[in-house]
Design a protein. Structure first.
Length: 253
């Protein structure tokens, strides 16, 4: 009897889309994740090759579903926008997320955060930002040659990749867009998005009304053309009948 050993290939590996952990431990952490995610999504909305994700599992190594992290927010320059169940780096031109954010909560342990930092360092992150909203404490790391080095002064630091500025002068972190405008709250972004959507819908409705008016005008012109053609044909038939009777149509008053 011959026994056949089945070996698992890289293509056979299943990459779960959830690690079973909640997106946030509390409302403050959740709010900060949403603010950063939506503002960055808004900032790069017109660039089809900037992918922004929140709480999405990132698998950097094909064939190994144990090596993974789910940054609170990650940004990938060079990856197209679109929905994904997970970020499988080998299917994305082997582009690692260049920027990641983590929002600290009381449930995070020092060991856990150290493991994340080691992971981001090892797998090519260029900028890593860790914010503790309870202490208003922001730490940052920037890749220098082959490793992530600590950014000594975070107040008024400007992200090389994102162009956003970090302001720690107040009671809580304030982020500023490259144009100098502050990051908006989640509700403000929703309001602006709704206003934008209403403007788009209004413009689409005006365009549709104009299209319908143009179509009605075209139909009226076509009906007029058909009436003129029918009149011409009637006149032609009458002239032909007169010629058959020996009468010159031009002589008929």
């Amino acid at each position: 009897m011959v026994f056949r050993l089945e070996t698992q290939t890289k293509e056979d590996v299943i990459y779960p889309e959830s690690d079973g952990q909640p997106m946030a431990d509390n409302t403050k952490q959740f709010r900060w994740i949403m603010v950063i995610y939506y503002n960055l999504e808004w900032l790069f909305a017109d660039d089809a090759n900037v992918f922004v994700a929140g709480d999405l599992l990132w698998y950097p190594v094909q064939g190994n579903n144990k090596i993974r992290q789910a940054p609170d927010v990650m940004i990938v320059f060079g990856a197209t926008k679109g929905d994904r169940g997970s970020y499988q780096q080998w299917n994305e031109g082997n582009i690692a997320p260049q920027v990641v954010f983590e929002i600290l909560s009381p449930g995070n342990t020092l060991t856990e955060m150290n493991k994340k930092q080691v992971f981001y360092d090892r797998y090519g992150v260029e900028e890593y930002y860790l914010y503790d909203p309870n202490k208003n404490d922001l730490s940052g790391w920037l890749r220098s040659e082959s490793r992530l080095d600590v950014i000594d002064e975070m107040n008024n630091w400007v992200s090389p990749r994102l162009g956003i500025r970090f302001d720690l002068s107040g009671e809580q972190l304030q982020l500023y867009r490259p144009d100098g405008n502050p990051f908006a709250s989640y509700l403000e972004i929703q309001r602006r998005l709704e206003e934008t959507q209403l403007r788009v819908e209004d413009a689409e409705q005006r365009a549709e009304d104009e299209r319908q008016r143009a179509e009605a005008e075209r139909q009226r012109a076509e009906a007029e053309r058909q009436r003129a053609e029918a009149e011409r044909q009637r006149a032609e038939r009458l002239a032909q009948r007169l010629r058959e009777l020996g009468i010159d149509p031009e002589q008929v008053d």
